[in-house]
Design a protein around this ligand. Sequence first.
Ligand code: PLP
Length: 400
Amino acid sequence: MSPTRADFDQYMVPNYAPAAFVPVRGQGSRVWDQAGREYVDFAGGIAVNSLGHCHPAAVAALTEQANKLWHVSNVFTNEPALALAEKIVAATFAERVFFCNSGAEANEAALKLARRVGIDRFGPQKHKVLSAVNSFHGRTFFTVSVGGQPKYSDGFGPRPEGIAHFDYNDLASVEALIDDDTACVIVEPILGESGVLPATREFLQGLRALCDRHNALLIFDEVQTGMGRTGHLFAYEHFGVVPDILSSAKSLGGGFPIGAMLTTDVLARHLSAGTHGTTYGGNPLACAVAGAVFDVINDPATLAGIADKRARIVAGLEAINAELGVFDQIRGLGLLIGAALKPAYEGRAKDVLNAATAEGLMVLMAGPNVIRLAPSLVIADADIDEGLARFARALKAFKG
Ligand SMILES: *Cc1c(COP(=O)(O)O)cnc(C)c1O
Protein backbone atom coordinates (compact mmCIF):
# COMPACT_ATOMS: atom_id res chain seq x y z
CA MET A 1 0.00 0.00 0.00
CA SER A 2 1.27 3.47 -0.88
CA PRO A 3 1.68 6.00 1.90
CA THR A 4 -1.18 8.52 2.13
CA ARG A 5 -1.61 12.04 3.46
CA ALA A 6 -3.36 10.50 6.50
CA ASP A 7 -0.06 8.83 7.41
CA PHE A 8 1.36 12.28 8.06
CA ASP A 9 -1.05 12.81 10.93
CA GLN A 10 -0.29 9.36 12.29
CA TYR A 11 3.50 9.22 12.06
CA MET A 12 4.99 12.68 11.68
CA VAL A 13 5.71 15.34 14.27
CA PRO A 14 2.87 17.81 13.66
CA ASN A 15 5.08 20.90 13.21
CA TYR A 16 3.89 21.24 9.59
CA ALA A 17 0.42 21.38 8.06
CA PRO A 18 1.00 20.03 4.53
CA ALA A 19 -1.52 20.29 1.71
CA ALA A 20 -4.16 17.60 1.30
CA PHE A 21 -2.45 16.10 -1.77
CA VAL A 22 0.93 14.35 -1.97
CA PRO A 23 3.19 15.27 -4.91
CA VAL A 24 4.93 12.26 -6.42
CA ARG A 25 6.62 13.51 -9.59
CA GLY A 26 7.86 16.73 -11.14
CA GLN A 27 9.17 17.80 -14.52
CA GLY A 28 10.15 21.37 -15.31
CA SER A 29 7.45 23.58 -13.77
CA ARG A 30 4.77 20.89 -13.60
CA VAL A 31 4.09 18.55 -10.67
CA TRP A 32 1.79 15.52 -10.39
CA ASP A 33 0.16 14.17 -7.24
CA GLN A 34 -0.78 10.62 -6.21
CA ALA A 35 -4.07 10.88 -8.06
CA GLY A 36 -2.29 11.90 -11.28
CA ARG A 37 -3.55 15.48 -10.99
CA GLU A 38 -1.21 18.03 -12.56
CA TYR A 39 -0.15 21.36 -11.03
CA VAL A 40 1.71 24.34 -12.45
CA ASP A 41 4.46 25.18 -9.97
CA PHE A 42 4.76 28.90 -9.13
CA ALA A 43 6.04 28.00 -5.63
CA GLY A 44 9.33 26.38 -6.59
CA GLY A 45 9.66 24.53 -3.28
CA ILE A 46 9.83 27.95 -1.54
CA ALA A 47 12.41 29.51 -3.86
CA VAL A 48 14.47 26.31 -3.95
CA ASN A 49 13.77 24.55 -7.25
CA SER A 50 15.66 27.19 -9.20
CA LEU A 51 15.80 25.06 -12.34
CA GLY A 52 12.39 23.47 -11.87
CA HIS A 53 12.04 19.74 -11.30
CA CYS A 54 14.48 17.16 -12.64
CA HIS A 55 16.51 19.59 -14.74
CA PRO A 56 18.71 17.43 -16.99
CA ALA A 57 21.95 19.17 -15.93
CA ALA A 58 21.22 18.56 -12.24
CA VAL A 59 20.06 14.99 -12.79
CA ALA A 60 23.21 14.24 -14.80
CA ALA A 61 25.50 15.74 -12.14
CA LEU A 62 23.74 13.86 -9.34
CA THR A 63 23.74 10.56 -11.21
CA GLU A 64 27.38 10.83 -12.14
CA GLN A 65 28.42 11.69 -8.60
CA ALA A 66 26.15 8.99 -7.14
CA ASN A 67 28.21 6.41 -8.97
CA LYS A 68 31.50 7.92 -7.82
CA LEU A 69 31.65 9.13 -4.21
CA TRP A 70 28.88 10.07 -1.76
CA HIS A 71 30.52 11.18 1.44
CA VAL A 72 33.96 11.45 2.99
CA SER A 73 33.38 13.90 5.93
CA ASN A 74 35.49 16.99 6.50
CA VAL A 75 38.44 14.87 7.58
CA PHE A 76 38.99 14.91 3.82
CA THR A 77 38.16 17.51 1.21
CA ASN A 78 36.60 16.55 -2.13
CA GLU A 79 36.60 17.66 -5.76
CA PRO A 80 32.95 18.80 -6.14
CA ALA A 81 33.24 21.05 -3.06
CA LEU A 82 36.50 22.59 -4.25
CA ALA A 83 35.14 23.16 -7.75
CA LEU A 84 31.97 24.80 -6.42
CA ALA A 85 33.91 27.03 -4.01
CA GLU A 86 36.14 28.20 -6.85
CA LYS A 87 33.11 29.09 -8.98
CA ILE A 88 31.47 31.04 -6.17
CA VAL A 89 34.68 32.95 -5.41
CA ALA A 90 35.18 33.79 -9.09
CA ALA A 91 31.64 35.17 -9.43
CA THR A 92 31.20 37.13 -6.18
CA PHE A 93 32.86 39.47 -3.66
CA ALA A 94 33.81 36.43 -1.61
CA GLU A 95 37.29 34.98 -1.26
CA ARG A 96 36.34 32.08 1.03
CA VAL A 97 33.38 29.73 1.29
CA PHE A 98 32.04 27.52 4.09
CA PHE A 99 29.56 24.83 3.07
CA CYS A 100 26.73 23.53 5.21
CA ASN A 101 23.28 22.05 4.62
CA SER A 102 20.65 24.76 5.01
CA GLY A 103 19.97 28.45 5.28
CA ALA A 104 19.77 28.35 9.03
CA GLU A 105 23.18 26.72 9.20
CA ALA A 106 24.65 29.29 6.81
CA ASN A 107 23.33 32.08 9.04
CA GLU A 108 24.47 30.29 12.18
CA ALA A 109 27.99 30.21 10.69
CA ALA A 110 27.73 33.85 9.61
CA LEU A 111 26.65 35.00 13.07
CA LYS A 112 29.25 32.91 14.87
CA LEU A 113 31.94 34.25 12.55
CA ALA A 114 30.83 37.84 13.09
CA ARG A 115 30.88 37.45 16.88
CA ARG A 116 34.23 35.70 16.76
CA VAL A 117 35.73 38.51 14.69
CA GLY A 118 34.32 41.16 17.02
CA ILE A 119 35.57 39.41 20.15
CA ASP A 120 38.99 38.63 18.65
CA ARG A 121 39.51 42.20 17.49
CA PHE A 122 37.85 44.28 20.19
CA GLY A 123 37.11 42.10 23.24
CA PRO A 124 34.22 40.12 24.73
CA GLN A 125 31.80 43.06 24.89
CA LYS A 126 31.68 43.25 21.08
CA HIS A 127 29.04 40.61 20.47
CA LYS A 128 25.81 42.53 19.86
CA VAL A 129 23.73 41.34 16.89
CA LEU A 130 21.20 43.63 15.21
CA SER A 131 18.48 42.37 12.90
CA ALA A 132 15.13 43.53 11.57
CA VAL A 133 11.73 43.10 13.14
CA ASN A 134 9.81 40.50 11.10
CA SER A 135 12.97 39.14 9.51
CA PHE A 136 13.53 35.44 9.06
CA HIS A 137 16.93 33.80 9.37
CA GLY A 138 16.14 30.15 10.07
CA ARG A 139 14.96 27.93 12.91
CA THR A 140 18.03 27.00 14.92
CA PHE A 141 17.72 28.63 18.33
CA PHE A 142 20.32 31.31 17.59
CA THR A 143 18.98 32.16 14.13
CA VAL A 144 15.34 32.11 15.20
CA SER A 145 16.19 34.43 18.09
CA VAL A 146 17.97 36.76 15.67
CA GLY A 147 14.95 36.68 13.33
CA GLY A 148 12.59 39.31 14.68
CA GLN A 149 9.47 37.17 15.06
CA PRO A 150 8.68 36.29 18.70
CA LYS A 151 5.97 33.88 17.54
CA TYR A 152 8.77 31.62 16.27
CA SER A 153 11.25 32.07 19.13
CA ASP A 154 8.99 32.24 22.20
CA GLY A 155 8.24 29.21 24.30
CA PHE A 156 11.64 27.55 24.14
CA GLY A 157 13.15 29.01 27.29
CA PRO A 158 15.88 31.66 27.62
CA ARG A 159 17.12 33.07 24.34
CA PRO A 160 20.76 33.80 23.46
CA GLU A 161 21.71 37.27 24.71
CA GLY A 162 22.91 40.36 22.91
CA ILE A 163 20.31 40.54 20.14
CA ALA A 164 18.27 43.65 19.31
CA HIS A 165 15.78 44.44 16.54
CA PHE A 166 15.41 47.51 14.34
CA ASP A 167 12.62 48.42 11.94
CA TYR A 168 13.22 47.37 8.34
CA ASN A 169 13.94 50.25 5.95
CA ASP A 170 14.19 52.64 8.91
CA LEU A 171 17.79 53.81 9.26
CA ALA A 172 17.01 55.95 12.32
CA SER A 173 15.91 52.86 14.23
CA VAL A 174 19.26 51.23 13.42
CA GLU A 175 21.17 54.35 14.49
CA ALA A 176 19.35 54.21 17.81
CA LEU A 177 20.65 50.68 18.48
CA ILE A 178 24.07 50.40 16.88
CA ASP A 179 27.19 51.18 18.93
CA ASP A 180 30.82 50.13 19.22
CA ASP A 181 29.77 46.88 20.94
CA THR A 182 27.81 45.81 17.86
CA ALA A 183 29.45 42.81 16.19
CA CYS A 184 27.16 42.69 13.18
CA VAL A 185 23.99 43.72 11.43
CA ILE A 186 22.18 40.96 9.54
CA VAL A 187 19.57 41.82 6.94
CA GLU A 188 17.57 40.29 4.10
CA PRO A 189 17.84 42.45 0.94
CA ILE A 190 14.17 41.59 0.46
CA LEU A 191 12.08 40.55 3.46
CA GLY A 192 11.04 37.20 2.07
CA GLU A 193 8.79 35.42 4.56
CA SER A 194 7.35 38.69 5.80
CA GLY A 195 5.70 40.00 2.67
CA VAL A 196 8.30 40.14 -0.14
CA LEU A 197 9.27 43.66 0.85
CA PRO A 198 12.42 44.97 -0.85
CA ALA A 199 14.90 47.10 1.04
CA THR A 200 15.53 50.57 -0.30
CA ARG A 201 18.96 51.25 -1.73
CA GLU A 202 19.40 54.10 0.76
CA PHE A 203 18.66 51.75 3.65
CA LEU A 204 21.25 49.14 2.67
CA GLN A 205 23.82 51.81 1.82
CA GLY A 206 23.09 53.45 5.16
CA LEU A 207 23.58 50.13 6.96
CA ARG A 208 26.92 49.73 5.22
CA ALA A 209 28.03 53.19 6.40
CA LEU A 210 26.81 52.63 9.97
CA CYS A 211 28.58 49.27 10.16
CA ASP A 212 31.81 50.83 8.91
CA ARG A 213 31.54 53.65 11.45
CA HIS A 214 31.16 51.17 14.34
CA ASN A 215 33.48 48.40 13.12
CA ALA A 216 30.51 46.08 12.79
CA LEU A 217 30.18 43.48 10.06
CA LEU A 218 27.34 43.60 7.56
CA ILE A 219 25.73 40.23 6.85
CA PHE A 220 23.35 39.81 3.92
CA ASP A 221 21.01 36.87 4.34
CA GLU A 222 20.58 35.93 0.69
CA VAL A 223 19.14 32.50 1.38
CA GLN A 224 15.99 33.51 -0.50
CA THR A 225 17.25 36.36 -2.71
CA GLY A 226 20.46 34.74 -3.92
CA MET A 227 21.43 32.48 -6.81
CA GLY A 228 19.66 34.38 -9.54
CA ARG A 229 16.34 34.93 -7.79
CA THR A 230 16.38 38.70 -8.36
CA GLY A 231 17.89 38.51 -11.84
CA HIS A 232 21.39 39.05 -10.46
CA LEU A 233 23.51 36.20 -9.17
CA PHE A 234 23.11 37.82 -5.73
CA ALA A 235 20.86 40.72 -4.76
CA TYR A 236 23.77 42.75 -3.30
CA GLU A 237 24.75 43.50 -6.90
CA HIS A 238 21.34 45.05 -7.54
CA PHE A 239 21.67 47.33 -4.52
CA GLY A 240 25.32 48.20 -5.09
CA VAL A 241 26.21 47.34 -1.50
CA VAL A 242 28.84 44.72 -0.72
CA PRO A 243 28.40 42.82 2.56
CA ASP A 244 31.20 41.33 4.67
CA ILE A 245 29.45 37.99 4.97
CA LEU A 246 26.68 36.49 2.84
CA SER A 247 24.57 33.42 3.44
CA SER A 248 23.13 31.31 0.63
CA ALA A 249 21.01 28.17 0.47
CA LYS A 250 17.58 27.45 -1.13
CA SER A 251 18.20 28.00 -4.90
CA LEU A 252 21.88 27.11 -4.45
CA GLY A 253 21.17 23.39 -4.64
CA GLY A 254 18.12 23.58 -6.85
CA GLY A 255 16.41 21.11 -4.51
CA PHE A 256 19.40 19.23 -3.14
CA PRO A 257 20.10 20.39 0.45
CA ILE A 258 23.10 22.71 0.65
CA GLY A 259 23.96 26.04 2.23
CA ALA A 260 26.99 28.28 2.04
CA MET A 261 28.54 31.16 3.92
CA LEU A 262 30.61 33.51 1.79
CA THR A 263 33.16 35.92 3.19
CA THR A 264 36.54 37.56 2.71
CA ASP A 265 39.94 36.08 3.38
CA VAL A 266 40.77 38.25 6.41
CA LEU A 267 37.48 37.46 8.11
CA ALA A 268 37.58 33.76 7.26
CA ARG A 269 40.87 33.45 9.16
CA HIS A 270 38.98 33.89 12.43
CA LEU A 271 37.36 30.49 11.94
CA SER A 272 40.58 28.52 12.26
CA ALA A 273 40.68 24.72 12.26
CA GLY A 274 38.33 23.28 14.85
CA THR A 275 36.30 26.43 15.58
CA HIS A 276 33.20 25.42 13.59
CA GLY A 277 31.97 22.54 11.46
CA THR A 278 29.25 20.19 10.30
CA THR A 279 29.50 16.55 9.22
CA TYR A 280 27.71 16.88 5.89
CA GLY A 281 28.91 20.36 4.90
CA GLY A 282 30.48 20.23 1.45
CA ASN A 283 29.06 16.78 0.79
CA PRO A 284 30.13 15.61 -2.71
CA LEU A 285 26.57 14.86 -3.89
CA ALA A 286 25.28 18.28 -2.80
CA CYS A 287 28.25 20.12 -4.26
CA ALA A 288 28.11 18.24 -7.56
CA VAL A 289 24.45 19.18 -8.00
CA ALA A 290 25.04 22.77 -6.85
CA GLY A 291 27.96 23.06 -9.26
CA ALA A 292 25.75 22.09 -12.20
CA VAL A 293 22.95 24.40 -11.00
CA PHE A 294 25.46 27.23 -10.58
CA ASP A 295 26.65 26.92 -14.19
CA VAL A 296 23.11 27.14 -15.55
CA ILE A 297 22.12 30.11 -13.36
CA ASN A 298 25.36 32.07 -13.70
CA ASP A 299 24.90 32.27 -17.45
CA PRO A 300 24.07 35.71 -18.90
CA ALA A 301 21.22 34.16 -20.92
CA THR A 302 19.59 32.67 -17.80
CA LEU A 303 20.02 35.85 -15.78
CA ALA A 304 18.64 38.03 -18.59
CA GLY A 305 15.72 35.63 -19.02
CA ILE A 306 14.66 36.21 -15.42
CA ALA A 307 13.76 39.84 -16.16
CA ASP A 308 11.68 38.74 -19.16
CA LYS A 309 9.86 36.10 -17.13
CA ARG A 310 9.18 38.57 -14.36
CA ALA A 311 7.75 41.05 -16.88
CA ARG A 312 5.49 38.35 -18.32
CA ILE A 313 4.19 37.28 -14.90
CA VAL A 314 3.73 40.83 -13.60
CA ALA A 315 1.90 41.88 -16.78
CA GLY A 316 -0.36 38.87 -16.36
CA LEU A 317 -1.03 39.62 -12.71
CA GLU A 318 -1.79 43.25 -13.52
CA ALA A 319 -4.23 42.23 -16.25
CA ILE A 320 -5.99 39.87 -13.83
CA ASN A 321 -6.03 42.56 -11.19
CA ALA A 322 -7.45 45.17 -13.58
CA GLU A 323 -10.46 42.89 -13.93
CA LEU A 324 -10.78 41.51 -10.40
CA GLY A 325 -9.21 44.18 -8.15
CA VAL A 326 -7.83 41.89 -5.44
CA PHE A 327 -4.32 43.23 -5.10
CA ASP A 328 -3.01 46.54 -3.81
CA GLN A 329 0.52 46.10 -5.06
CA ILE A 330 2.67 43.70 -7.08
CA ARG A 331 6.23 43.92 -5.76
CA GLY A 332 9.56 42.15 -5.33
CA LEU A 333 12.47 41.71 -7.68
CA GLY A 334 13.10 39.20 -10.44
CA LEU A 335 11.25 35.97 -9.80
CA LEU A 336 10.54 36.69 -6.15
CA ILE A 337 7.14 38.28 -6.55
CA GLY A 338 4.72 39.45 -3.89
CA ALA A 339 1.08 40.28 -4.56
CA ALA A 340 -0.31 42.16 -1.57
CA LEU A 341 -4.07 41.81 -1.00
CA LYS A 342 -6.29 44.88 -0.78
CA PRO A 343 -7.47 45.73 2.76
CA ALA A 344 -10.91 44.31 1.86
CA TYR A 345 -9.28 40.86 1.71
CA GLU A 346 -7.09 41.27 4.77
CA GLY A 347 -5.85 38.00 6.26
CA ARG A 348 -7.13 35.92 3.34
CA ALA A 349 -3.93 34.87 1.55
CA LYS A 350 -4.54 31.29 2.69
CA ASP A 351 -7.97 31.29 1.00
CA VAL A 352 -6.36 32.53 -2.23
CA LEU A 353 -3.70 29.82 -1.96
CA ASN A 354 -6.39 27.17 -1.47
CA ALA A 355 -8.34 28.49 -4.46
CA ALA A 356 -5.17 28.28 -6.56
CA THR A 357 -4.57 24.70 -5.44
CA ALA A 358 -8.12 23.82 -6.45
CA GLU A 359 -7.34 25.12 -9.95
CA GLY A 360 -4.08 23.17 -10.20
CA LEU A 361 -1.62 25.93 -9.31
CA MET A 362 0.99 25.95 -6.53
CA VAL A 363 1.64 29.38 -4.99
CA LEU A 364 3.08 30.53 -1.65
CA MET A 365 2.10 32.96 1.05
CA ALA A 366 4.38 35.56 2.66
CA GLY A 367 2.34 36.30 5.75
CA PRO A 368 -1.47 36.44 5.90
CA ASN A 369 -1.86 39.27 3.35
CA VAL A 370 0.59 38.50 0.57
CA ILE A 371 0.68 35.82 -2.14
CA ARG A 372 4.26 34.99 -3.02
CA LEU A 373 5.51 33.50 -6.27
CA ALA A 374 9.00 31.99 -6.53
CA PRO A 375 8.93 29.85 -9.66
CA SER A 376 11.78 28.18 -11.47
CA LEU A 377 14.25 30.67 -12.95
CA VAL A 378 13.92 28.86 -16.28
CA ILE A 379 10.15 28.40 -16.27
CA ALA A 380 8.79 28.12 -19.82
CA ASP A 381 6.55 30.91 -21.14
CA ALA A 382 3.82 28.32 -21.79
CA ASP A 383 3.90 27.32 -18.10
CA ILE A 384 3.72 30.98 -17.06
CA ASP A 385 0.68 31.54 -19.28
CA GLU A 386 -1.08 28.38 -18.11
CA GLY A 387 -0.33 29.22 -14.46
CA LEU A 388 -1.71 32.74 -14.90
CA ALA A 389 -4.87 31.37 -16.55
CA ARG A 390 -5.38 29.05 -13.58
CA PHE A 391 -4.68 31.90 -11.15
CA ALA A 392 -7.33 34.05 -12.87
CA ARG A 393 -9.91 31.25 -12.47
CA ALA A 394 -8.82 30.77 -8.84
CA LEU A 395 -9.24 34.45 -8.01
CA LYS A 396 -12.69 34.50 -9.63
CA ALA A 397 -13.70 31.54 -7.49
CA PHE A 398 -12.15 33.22 -4.43
CA LYS A 399 -14.21 36.37 -5.00
CA GLY A 400 -17.31 34.18 -5.46
C1 PLP B 1 14.39 30.01 4.13
C2 PLP B 1 15.22 31.07 4.74
C3 PLP B 1 16.13 30.77 5.78
C4 PLP B 1 16.23 29.41 6.40
O1 PLP B 1 16.69 28.44 5.50
P1 PLP B 1 16.54 26.89 5.89
O2 PLP B 1 17.19 26.18 4.74
O3 PLP B 1 15.09 26.63 6.03
O4 PLP B 1 17.25 26.70 7.18
C5 PLP B 1 16.93 31.79 6.24
N1 PLP B 1 16.84 33.04 5.76
C6 PLP B 1 15.98 33.36 4.77
C7 PLP B 1 15.96 34.76 4.24
C8 PLP B 1 15.13 32.39 4.24
O5 PLP B 1 14.26 32.73 3.28
